[in-house]
Design a protein around this ligand. Sequence first.
Ligand code: DC
Length: 218
Amino acid sequence: MSLHNVIAIDGPTGSGKSTVSKLVAPLVGLRYLDTGAMYRAIGFAAYEKGVALDDTDGLVALVASVSIEFADGEIIVNGVKATQLIREEKISQAASKVATNPEVREYLVERQRLWVQKNGGGVLDGRDIASVVCPDAIVKVFLTADVEERAKRRAVEQSSDHSETRSELVQRDDRDSQRKASPLVAVEGATIIDTTHLSIDQVVEQVVELYTQAASQL
Ligand code: DC
């Protein structure tokens, strides 16, 4: 099996995936792909076009025609700068719903693999990176944290109410880990890091160390 120059970072909402991935990427000389933003883009496009989130045919037609571009830290969906809009709670829930659709997943996984090929590897974060998108990743990390801590982080990030944020987060966790198509899972061989009592720098350090050790296998 040939290993890919990929750091796969999976985990639930609020576990620190994107913060850690963004910091790790330049330290190891790789680019970063936020795969969650791609599911959010589909959720956003569905809202804009009035496609129901459980309308399989509508979603299939939508993914076939949607344009998603990443440029200078911004995400452009069908020509609209949607960087902030895709972070709204209604789009978080929409993303989690469209992510249960196998056709949507197939399309996005294909795009993510092409991105890895084009960039000679990368740091990818999501729910299915080690299990589906890149099972040959040289480093597989599963980040987790206590639900109270994750809700606290999210509430601070979104300036929202803790208990409301917590229940929305639990709802999304349940959907993401219980769906039939590529549920969130820690694969065998993944390094599980519980970030509840760790600083961001400590987690970044651990991931970089894992990569440094593994890079000799490439
Ligand atoms: O990581 P995030 O919160 O931005 O992801 C938004 C939703 O997209 C999440 O609820 C589940 C889904 N998702 C997924 O199913 N697979 C991925 N690789 C990334 C995200």
